[in-house]
Design a protein around this ligand. Structure first.
Ligand code: MG
Length: 249
C-alpha cells in the first residue's frame, strides 16, 4: 500500500478542486425542492463544475454514467440520476467529485426534501456529526483507525449502524488512492497519520442494520432491511497541528 504525502502546494491544488465541488453542492442546495428530478440535479452539478473550469470526475469512472451520485431514502450511495422526482419527506444523498489541473475533490451530503420527519432529521444530524467526530481525530502520529472508531462509536451511541461494505479513501492526483478509511473498527490500528496525507472520509449510517445490497443496475447500493441511510463526506488533509477540511462549505 503506497500512501501519497502531499506538499502544501499540492494540498492547495486539492483544495481548489474541492472548491468546485463545494460550489456545485451549494447550487444543489439552492435548487433542491419537491418536484425536481435527480437528473435535473445532475445536470446542474455538471454545469457548475464545467463553468468553474473543472471536470466531473465521477462521470465515466469505472463506467458510471453521471456527474452526481444520488441516494434516495433507503439507498446508501452510488445511485444513478434519472427521471425520479423528489417529494416532500424524502432525504437525498448527493455525492460529487471534480478534477482540476490533475487534482481531485470529493464531498457528499444528505439533504432533506421539503418537510422530513424527526427520525430522518436525527439520522442526518448524527451522520454529519459522526463525520466531524472522525475528522477531529486527524493529526500527525494518530492512527488511521482512530478516525474509524470515532465514527462507529458516535453512530452506535445514537442507536445506528455504520455500513461496512463501503469505505473512505485517500484522494489527491487520483479520485481514489490508498489508504482505505473504514468507518468502523478498534482505535490504534492501521497507518500512522502524517502531515500531507489527504483523506476522503465518508460515513454511511443506517437506522437499521449495517448490511447493504447492490441493485440490478450494478451501481445503486441500498440498505438490506429497507431502513433509511445517510452519507456525508469531506476531503481532509493532515496538517502540522491537526487537520484542514479542504471541502469546507
Ligand atoms: Mg469518496
Amino acid at each position: 500500500m503506497a500512501i501519497n504525502y502531499r506538499s502544501e502546494e499540492e494540498i492547495e491544488k486539492i483544495r481548489k478542486a474541492n472548491a468546485i465541488v463545494v460550489a456545485a453542492h451549494k447550487r444543489l442546495e439552492e435548487i433542491l425542492k419537491p418536484g425536481i428530478s435527480t437528473k435535473q440535479l445532475d445536470r446542474e452539478a455538471e454545469t457548475v463544475i464545467l463553468d468553474l473550469g473543472g471536470r466531473p470526475s465521477f462521470k465515466g469512472y469505472r463506467g458510471f454514467p453521471n456527474t452526481l451520485c444520488v441516494a434516495l431514502n433507503n439507498q446508501v450511495v452510488h445511485g444513478i440520476p434519472d427521471k425520479t422526482v423528489l417529494k416532500s419527506g424524502d432525504i437525498i444523498g448527493l455525492d460529487l467529485g471534480a478534477e482540476r489541473e490533475g487534482y481531485y475533490g470529493d464531498a457528499a451530503q444528505t439533504l432533506p426534501v421539503g418537510e422530513i420527519n424527526e427520525e430522518a432529521l436525527k439520522l442526518i444530524e448524527v451522520t454529519k456529526e459522526a463525520l466531524m467526530k472522525g475528522i477531529e481525530k486527524m493529526k500527525p502520529k494518530a492512527h488511521l483507525s482512530d478516525i474509524s472508531h470515532a465514527i462507529q462509536q458516535f453512530a452506535e451511541e445514537n442507536g445506528y449502524q455504520v455500513v461496512r461494505a463501503f469505505v473512505g479513501h485517500g484522494i489527491g492526483s487520483k479520485p481514489h488512492e490508498d489508504p482505505q478509511v473504514p468507518n468502523f473498527g478498534p482505535p490504534g490500528r492501521g497507518p500512522v497519520l502524517r502531515e500531507g496525507m489527504v483523506l476522503a472520509i465518508e460515513p454511511m449510517v443506517n437506522i437499521g442494520g449495517s448490511d447493504v445490497e447492490v441493485l440490478d443496475d450494478q451501481w445503486t447500493v441500498r440498505t438490506a432491511d429497507g431502513t433509511l441511510s445517510a452519507h456525508f463526506e469531506h476531503s481532509v488533509a493532515v496538517v502540522e497541528d491537526g487537520f484542514s477540511i479542504l471541502s469546507e462549505f
